[in-house]
Design a protein. Structure first.
Length: 156
């Protein structure tokens, strides 16, 4: 077998957790064909790579779990948000070879829509967690800006 085929590939799940605009703002957003989402949940990474950078909640799938199950578990562990796996909407797979400096990572990204004001508590791999307005985001780690764009520009 050549080195070309000996690459280790890691399997992860990331979650775009958003809240929706309400009332007149929601109506105006729909008329203007902009996203109906107002805020996104981000974590500040506690560990390298990208320590201190803002990212979507997510992480590795355990040995006997699907990416959907991993996404649900990671939300509980990182931000103490409980979203049933059946309520996650799959966005896409992201597999660009250079998306993570640690090596080859393939992530399945999901969208979760939660009520405005959903409480969050940073845990596990998160130094802190915060709701960010979609029109005032910090720079994001890895390819998480691409994942977020795919979620908010979708027709879900």
């Amino acid at each position: 077998m050549s080195d070309r085929h000996a690459e280790t590939i890691r399997y992860t799940a990331d979650v775009v957790v958003v809240t929706r605009y309400r009332g007149l703002r929601a109506l105006l957003r729909r008329i203007l064909r902009r996203t109906p989402y107002s805020h996104v949940l981000l974590i500040e990474r506690k560990w390298e790579p990208c320590e201190g950078d803002w990212a979507l909640p997510g992480g590795h799938a355990d040995k006997d779990e699907t990416s959907r199950e991993a996404a649900t578990r990671e939300l509980r562990e990182e931000v103490d948000v409980d979203v049933p796996s059946a309520h996650l909407i799959q966005i896409a797979a992201f597999d660009r070879p250079d998306r993570d400096p640690r090596g080859r990572y393939v992530t399945i990204a999901y969208l979760a829509v939660v009520p405005t004001g959903t409480p969050i508590v940073a845990g596990d791999d998160a130094r802190t967690a915060q709701w960010w307005p979609l029109d005032a985001l910090p720079p994001l780690a890895f390819d998480h800006a691409d994942i977020l764009a795919a979620a908010v520009n979708s027709t879900f």
